[in-house]
Design a protein around this ligand. Structure first.
Ligand SMILES: NC(=O)c1ccc[n+]([C@@H]2O[C@H](COP(=O)([O-])OP(=O)(O)OC[C@H]3O[C@@H](n4cnc5c(N)ncnc54)[C@H](OP(=O)(O)O)[C@@H]3O)[C@@H](O)[C@H]2O)c1
Length: 335
């Protein structure tokens, strides 16, 4: 990657809710980036965004990709549209920060990671929770022997139903709850229980009328029988947590995937002598992943490039596991 001076000039493809609520407010706090343009299928939507966050309003995503004053694009489109626009952005010479999941299939994810490599562009999945320092504290506690040898990883990410028009209910657009929500516990399992995890089985609930996955659970295991029990869905009460169960105790982290920037994480440690709670400093994981992406675009340092490669490797492995979950699952059709 060649070193370039100045801040990273971002274009945004799509006036998404997540962009309005989290990503663009965070982008404005990162000195190394600038919001240069926002594109929408409807110009007035883009204008509402640029009035709030700055930059030029553009009608149409292709029009934005033609701009020479944009170095990188942020893609918060519904999941099933990511592959097309990630590819078009890379071919237009842009670096890409794309919302999770990168694509709907591991083959596509692998192909686009390879394309980014050939073009010398940074491609990063916006799996922002990985960038919150709370997880490193969990690593330290595990390394210190706080819970003994890891036996299992348990995690859930569940949300209440979305409004009926939400893209997640359209299989060819939002792609359903496994693609949109299930990827979080899968990625966390990879992070803590390791890359040797394989899918043992899964059960997926499909909304009969909409033909889309709305929830489910899966069991993964590594060759030593260390397991990951995962649940996800969009027909639940809100939950976002994981637990590491060891031979001598447990570590539990609520609000694991979506802590707001001012949230003080609380790690619960259960051991033989009772339990304690460790309160951590807040962090803005959106600002952190944007700063990381910008440093990958600008620095050209080998260590940063290695970090990107590790994360895209994890994105690919996550996508392979999700493919495998779909293939091995028992499907229940619910009304
Ligand atoms: N990282 C995170 O924490 C996080 C959190 C929530 C969501 N996400 C991800 O972010 C992405 C967007 O989620 P969201 O809830 O923000 O979605 P959303 O509000 O529905 O926004 C998606 C945007 O995509 C554009 N779009 C283009 N074609 C579309 C179509 N056929 N149907 C609907 N929208 C279309 C629209 O922008 P225009 O009309 O302006 O063109 C729309 O505003 C998803 O991939 C989701 O998984 C990430």
């Amino acid at each position: 990657m060649t070193e370039q001076p100045g801040s990273v000039r971002f274009g945004v493809l799509g006036c998404a809710d997540i962009a309005w609520r989290r990503t663009l407010p965070a982008m404005r706090t990162v000195p190394a980036v600038e919001i240069r343009a926002v594109a929408s299928r409807e110009l007035r939507k883009a204008e509402r965004f640029t009035a709030q966050f700055g930059g030029v309003a553009v009608r149409g995503y292709a029009e934005l990709l033609r701009r020479d004053d944009v170095d990188a694009v942020y893609i918060p489109l519904p999941a099933a549209l990511h592959a097309e626009w990630v590819e078009r952005a890379l071919l237009a010479g842009k670096h890409v920060l794309a919302e999770k999941p990168l694509t709907m299939r591991s083959r596509e994810t692998g192909r686009l990671i390879a394309l980014a490599g050939r073009r010398g562009k940074v491609l990063l999945e916006n799996m922002m929770f990985v960038h919150h320092p709370q997880h490193r504290r969990i690593d330290e506690l595990v390394s210190a022997g706080t819970i003994g040898e890891l036996r299992s990883f348990v995690s859930a990410f569940t949300i209440p139903p979305r409004p009926p028009a939400d893209a997640r209910y359209r299989p060819g657009v939002g792609g359903g709850a496994l693609a949109d929500i299930g990827v979080y516990p899968v990625r966390a399992a990879l992070r803590f229980a390791g890359p040797r995890l394989r899918v043992v089985g899964a059960a997926l609930r499909v909304d009969r009328a909409r033909r889309v996955v709305v929830g489910g659970g899966m069991l993964l295991s590594d060759p030593d029988g260390v397991t990951a029990q995962l649940a996800f869905g969009m027909e639940h009460s809100y939950d976002s947590r994981y637990e590491l169960r060891g031979a001598a105790g447990r570590l539990t982290l609520p609000r694991a995937f979506t802590p707001p920037p001012d949230h003080h994480p609380v790690v619960r440690v259960d051991g033989r002598d009772g339990h304690t709670e460790i309160v951590l400093a807040p962090a803005d994981q959106f600002a952190r992943i944007i700063a990381f992406f910008a440093s990958a675009v600008r620095s050209g340092e080998a260590a940063v490039a290695r970090d990107v490669a590790t994360q895209t490797g994890d994105s690919l492995r996550q996508a392979e596991l999700v493919d495998d979950i779909r293939d091995k699952a028992e499907y229940a059709y619910v009304s």
